[in-house]
Design a binder for this molecule. Sequence first.
Ligand SMILES: Nc1ncnc2c1ncn2[C@@H]1O[C@H](COP(=O)(O)OP(=O)(O)OP(=O)(O)O)[C@@H](O)[C@H]1O
Ligand SMILES: [Mg+2]
Length: 470
Amino acid sequence: MDDHEQRTEAPARPGRVLIVDDEANARSALAELLEDEGYITSTASDGAEALEKLPLFEPEVVLTDLKMPRMDGLALLEEGKKLRPHVAFVVMTAFGSIDTAVSAIKRGAENYLTKPLDMTAVSALVERALEKSRLAAEASRLREQVERRLSFAGILGDHPSMQRVLKTVGQVAPTRATVLISGESGTGKELVAAAIHHNSARGKGPFVRLNCASLAESLLESELFGHERGAFTGAEKRRAGRFEQAHGGTLFLDEVSEIPLATQVKLLRFLQERELERVGGNETIRVDVRVVAASNRDLKQLVEDERFREDLYYRLNVVQIDLPPLRARRSDIAVLAQHFLRKYAEENGREIDGFTDGALRALVGYPWPGNVRELENAIERAVVLCEGNQIDADLLPVGSGREGPRAGEGDLGLLIPGVTMAEVERMVIERTLDAVGGSTAKAADVLGVSRRTIQYRLKEWRGGELEPDE
Ligand SMILES: Nc1ncnc2c1ncn2[C@@H]1O[C@H](COP(=O)(O)OP(=O)(O)OP(=O)(O)O)[C@@H](O)[C@H]1O
Ligand SMILES: [Mg+2]
């Protein structure tokens, strides 16, 4: 093939110009001139017709007369800018009426031409206007791209499993689909829920969160659906529930597995009918709310155990996002650790360059039962305690046992052999509790034991009092 031919540049994309004038002759003369110069043109005989053509023809430049029946040029300019902010308007004004031209410029017109038209001036102005319009469109495209990246930027992760998660978040966010986010404690469920909200059309609406494990059964129902005055003892005023508060936005139901069966029925009804009644009321209320739910327990298993309604499970699970535990995406550990290091160094006004090799090895080798939250806490602590400009393994809980024997490089930072089963158990429980913010229920979930087991151990070690839970 001829080398020369390959290098020939593709012709520039032809500009699109909409010509608006109530005089047919003027329209066709302009159209002819611009077509000759390689533009694609369309015409309209007044502002109203032009406005209708904007979304269909998608002009980059609008060349418009000012005095026209129905809708004049200034009104077209004003409405058109709202509809298509990047379109460049060039107004044509009768000789001697500079005032209107000036007010057009003030309202965002790119330039003006005086009639009778000088055709050379027309093509030069249209060319410049086209360039302006394309630059503006490009700038806003870039801005959107940056904003999109920023709003996802809170969620770090290059591991393929996280890339899949991010892709799903991007696909599902703009829809109204109910999403169920599952994953162990600290894997980023709330972060993902917030990202879904912020990247949806309802992103400017409220993001309301309710932890379903935090309230007693009777309270949960009125918290969700609100109540009428006198619905129960103590209900002195009518109160809007979280659903009503989330109108136009997203309701994030955290730990959805903890919703009692009776309340599950009501939630199901809302997801099916999009309407609800306040507790003690019979007025039916319609609200526009998207539901995103999260659980760190296996809902499917709970369905099998008849602790969670199957129909509700399917309603919630329109789209499922499963967040992998950190130990299943070890390649992300270093990136996350660097991110938290920068964050906490800045917050604490510390100058720390990074981690020693030993620290990085320890970070990557540790199983992180409390996932990203545990990692974040560990880094914050290390930053605060760090005296030099690098974080070494001994500042990380993974590098040295907090209790009992000091560590070598063992997976849990314990000397193996040389440590008793009881010590291992205590360390695992205490670290997990640390990582999940002290909640025995969450620690029990992570460790796969009952909450009672943990409470008994704590009672043994700490003497007497049971840990208060959320
Ligand atoms: N991929 C990630 N990138 C950056 N930060 C993350 C990521 N995942 C989690 N985090 C951070 O880790 C912490 C815990 O995340 P989050 O609260 O979303 O977890 P969770 O799954 O809701 O936990 P729990 O089940 O305990 O409620 C937060 O501070 C969050 O910002
Ligand atoms: Mg959470």
